[in-house]
Design a protein around this ligand. Sequence first.
Ligand code: HEM
Length: 124
Amino acid sequence: MDVLSNTTHLHIFTWVVGIILFLIAAGMDKESKGRKILHMIARLFYVLILISGALLFFKYSSNDAALYGVKFLLGFLTIGMMEMVLVRSTKNKSVKTVWILFFVFLLATLFLGFKLPVGIDWFA
Ligand code: HEM
């Protein structure tokens, strides 16, 4: 699996596509078939984000187990909020708090990801 975890490119590709699909689906009509399809593809990307993140995690977390653990958790929570926004809005439940949490977790995940040593290293 080295070819998939030597760089962070695969992981970045999966979360960029996943987030774009999520944002488009969230903006679509709740009843539309297109939204259901996009939601399904977004779920596939959640799994790909998790797999690509886990590959990096297993390979590099011994560098700093605590921070990598936090990165894992924040990434997981970001995906959780994406799923909650889509599911709760189809049920007509309030999504304001979940949206706020999505942005908070996303920013924290991006910051920590770019701070950790592998790949892009903006905040070292
Ligand atoms: C939407 C969710 C996620 C976002 C936005 C995200 C974002 C990022 C970013 C920006 C990086 C840095 C890439 C680089 O420096 O080149 C990164 C790296 C990483 N991510 Fe994620 N991630 C997410 C989910 C996850 C999940 C669920 C896991 C664990 C299963 C995970 C584990 C990792 C690991 C281990 C790294 C390498 C850190 C390093 O040393 O640079 N990520 N992620």
